[in-house]
Design a protein around this ligand. Structure first.
Ligand code: SF4
Length: 225
């Protein structure tokens, strides 16, 4: 019997087949409970598993960490609703992967071009920290996404995204070390690493605009080659 939602999700950008994304998923009890709490506290928020954003046949897949409480968990679109997507979307626009530089909300006309954005963990975790068990449980979706919508290039934003990509591809973590601007040939696709575009990283200078643009430049060249 179909599970009933206790809430209504906002309009989705796209429908995804089961296993690539499941808006009804409640497999992580702690994250499900956190959604329930947040539905009470923030009834205007999306408060559900956040779907990937962008065309299914995109050659570039970007894998982040998890929705932010007042970002993707509010808007229902990855890296949208708070400052976290500012650098990401402006740079995607600069390199021709987006039709506009700012992602405001679902329904704002933003379109990704040959790129798709997803997260290692689809549900907002308390304090922005998913547990290893939650990362492992949610990995099923990324793994399936690689199978049914194989990308040519994957950009991992941060260590958790990098590890999730390796796990989904059944690769040894020790064989591919995370590092900003590192590139790894995984056979099926090339993995590009970047520090996460978080506010902490951009405000402290750990990740600067030129550093992030250099990674997108490499990806752009790789896809055109
Ligand atoms: S994090 Fe992933 S596996 Fe866990 S409940 Fe959310 S969608 Fe399901």
């Amino acid at each position: 019997m179909e599970k009933k939602l206790a809430w209504q999700p906002l309009a989705m950008d796209q429908q995804w087949p089961a296993k690539v994304f499941d808006v009804h998923c409640t497999e992580c009890p702690r994250l499900h409970a956190f959604h329930e709490q947040n539905r009470e506290k923030f009834p205007g928020h999306f408060n559900g598993p956040v779907p990937p954003f962008g065309p299914a046949n995109a050659e570039l897949l970007i894998v982040g960490l998890a929705p932010g409480l007042h970002g993707a968990n509010r808007s229902g679109r990855p890296f949208t609703g708070d400052y976290c997507g500012d650098l990401l979307y402006s740079t995607l626009h600069k390199y021709g992967f987006a039709n506009r530089p700012v992602s405001l909300a679902v329904g704002d006309g933003m379109q990704l071009l040959n790129a798709r954005v997803s997260n290692a963990v689809k549900c907002v975790p308390p304090e922005n920290k998913p547990t290893p068990a939650e990362i492992k449980t949610c990995n099923q979706f990324i793994a399936h996404e690689f199978k049914v919508h194989p990308p040519k290039a994957v950009l991992a934003l941060g260590l958790v995204g990098h590890q999730a990509v390796l796990k989904a591809m059944d690769q040894r973590q020790s064989a591919f070390k995370f590092g900003h601007a590192a590139e790894h040939d995984l056979g099926a696709f090339r993995l590009f690493d970047s520090y996460h575009v978080s506010r902490y990283n951009t405000q402290t200078g750990r990740l600067t605009v030129p550093m992030f643009e250099a990674v997108l430049e490499s990806i752009s060249h790789f896809l055109k080659a």
